[in-house]
Design a protein around this ligand. Structure first.
Ligand code: HPA
Length: 280
């Protein structure tokens, strides 16, 4: 435990030595969703492999760098590329960057991901604000001895996604005339996509979308008391009675189109979030 705490402190100290000072908002960009990072006026771009104890991204569609800069006048830390369970990382490794960004000073965490929709009313190319999740990734990031300096042994998950941030997002979508669905996200281990029977099961248990990420980071954000929100870009329609083979190229293409709206919403959210001095 001491080990994780000091590793986080070491990584955060390293960021400080690179000029990262009082970042206010952390952003995690999912598969095919790196564009938002291009709106950030960079102050420092730090490759993951430079940061002590940071895992290194193995997925080609992920860049693997941390961008420290300004967006809408706020200091942000944007992760261009994240870590997944299917890459072989443990829950602790996947969520290490969340602890580091928090130690560096962020007060809010904005997450994005690509997901398949199992709700027949949602269409590919649309966005879904995550209201809740059903975590099916086996390795819980809090498994093992708890360090009270991070948070409690049994963190509450009655409202894992910030009510305030979620209502701001809905207001923003309405103000900008953009459609956003709302629903339950279920991450699975991956890396294979689901069988027809699995999609049917996911729908039956109450899922609206299925992906392979996000819940670990959200669990840790709740552990450390960091308000967070997440938006899925719906890249494929998972209808068990009419299932076409999924093409990863198509998923990436749809993610690239839909991320324009995601970028608009998150940029406006960053603008509306009060600064460190006056909390949301
Ligand atoms: N299943 C799991 N993960 C995904 C999917 C899917 O259908 N689409 C995009 N990410």
């Amino acid at each position: 435990m001491e080990e994780l705490y000091s590793k986080v402190a070491e990584a955060s100290k390293f960021l400080e030595s690179k000029g990262v000072k009082h970042p206010e908002i952390g952003i995690i960009l999912g598969t095919g969703l790196g564009k938002l990072a291009e709106s950030v006026q960079p102050i420092e771009v730090i490759s993951y492999d430079e940061i002590p104890h940071f895992p290194v991204s193995t997925v080609e569609s992920h860049h693997g760098r941390l961008i420290y800069g300004e967006l809408e006048g706020k200091k942000v830390l944007a992760m261009q590329g994240r870590f997944h369970y299917y890459e072989g990382y443990s829950g602790t490794q996947i969520t290490f960057p969340v602890r580091v960004m928090h130690a560096a000073g962020i007060k809010h965490l904005l997450i994005s991901n690509a997901a398949g929709t199992v709700n027949p009313n949602f269409k590919k190319g649309e966005l879904m604000l995550i209201d809740d999740h059903i975590n099916m990734i086996p390795d819980n990031p809090l498994r093992g001895q708890n360090d009270e300096r991070f948070g409690p042994r049994f963190p509450d998950m009655s409202q894992p996604y910030s009510k305030e941030l979620n209502s701001m997002i809905k207001q923003i979508a309405s103000d900008l005339g953009l459609k956003i669905n709302e629903g339950v996200y279920t991450p699975v281990a991956g890396p294979n996509l689901e069988t027809r029977a699995e999609y049917r099961y996911l729908r039956m248990i109450g899922s609206d979308a299925v992906g392979m990420s996000t819940a670990p980071e959200v669990i840790v954000a709740n552990h450390i008391g960091l308000p967070c929100c997440a938006i899925s870009v719906l890249t494929d329609e998972c209808d068990p009675d009419n299932l076409a083979p999924v093409s990863i190229a198509e998923i990436l293409e749809i993610a690239a189109t839909a991320e324009k709206d995601l970028t608009k919403i998150y940029t406006e959210l960053v603008r509306r979030i009060y600064s460190r001095e006056s909390q949301v």
